[in-house]
Design a protein around this ligand. Structure first.
Ligand code: CA
Length: 234
């Protein structure tokens, strides 16, 4: 059974969330403040943490940062409408997803399921890190440094290769521009923003059937890019 921790200081909301998740078969614990949430994360083996951004004492941002230093448990932030999404999903905090308050429980449950599914996919990807990563009609072979699209070998310079690998490892996840650039160009973010777009354009020309209407590498306005394995049209 999957264990979820809800860190939320509004008790009625925390209980409503717990109730909805338990109905779906999850085991749910509640922490009403950041300190306690942090302690429970360290003790309990949770599969996912739902974390309110605004908490008394240690806020959600700090809890998330600490969590990221110690574990890769998926985190979904509960945020206000005007929250800084770039920051939440970016390197600074590294949450997996966010849900804006007020949310309905169906939406929240759907996000939880999606993040857990994605996380399982990533774990599989990690296990196969020496081998071939496949997503839809794309296959990337790290050992041979070879990419096949729809069965055909495609020429792929190193930076494009690394960018594609990053996409393939995080299917369905909106990846912030800053994250992509620092990962691909190893920390040298400044001046690389345009370069990122150039590389994305080149990648699209190689992996998309119709680069003008990408189905794999989707632009996420205000954030960055999201990779879809099956490819839904953007
Ligand atoms: Ca709160």
């Amino acid at each position: 059974m999957k264990k979820i921790l809800v860190v939320e200081d509004e008790r009625p909301l925390a209980e409503a969330v717990a109730f909805s998740l338990e109905k779906e078969g999850y085991q749910v614990d509640i922490a009403l403040d950041g300190e306690r949430g942090w302690r429970m994360c360290q003790q309990g083996a949770y599969h996912l943490v739902l974390l309110d951004l605004m908490l008394p004492g240690m806020d959600g941002m700090e809890v998330c940062r600490r969590l990221r230093r110690e574990s890769d448990v998926p985190v979904i932030m509960l945020t206000a409408k005007d929250a800084d999404v770039d920051k939440i999903l970016g390197l600074e905090m590294g949450a997996d997803d966010y849900v804006t308050k007020p949310f309905n429980m169906r939406e929240l449950v759907a996000r939880v399921k999606a993040v857990l599914r994605r996380y399982q996919g990533e774990e599989k990807g990690k296990a196969a890190s020496e081998g071939v990563i496949e997503a839809g009609d794309i296959a990337l072979d790290r050992e041979r440094h070879e990419v096949r699209v729809r069965g055909e070998v495609v020429e792929m310079p190193l930076m494009e290769f690394r960018l594609l690998e990053l996409f393939l490892r995080h299917p369905g996840k909106a990846l912030p521009r800053e994250y992509l650039t620092t990962q691909v160009w190893e920390g040298d973010y400044f001046g690389q923003s345009k370069t990122l777009d150039v590389h994305v354009r080149r990648l699209r020309e190689k992996v998309e059937e119709d680069p003008a209407h990408p189905r794999h590498i989707i632009t996420v306005r205000g954030v960055g890019y999201r990779f879809e394995a099956g490819g839904e049209s953007s």
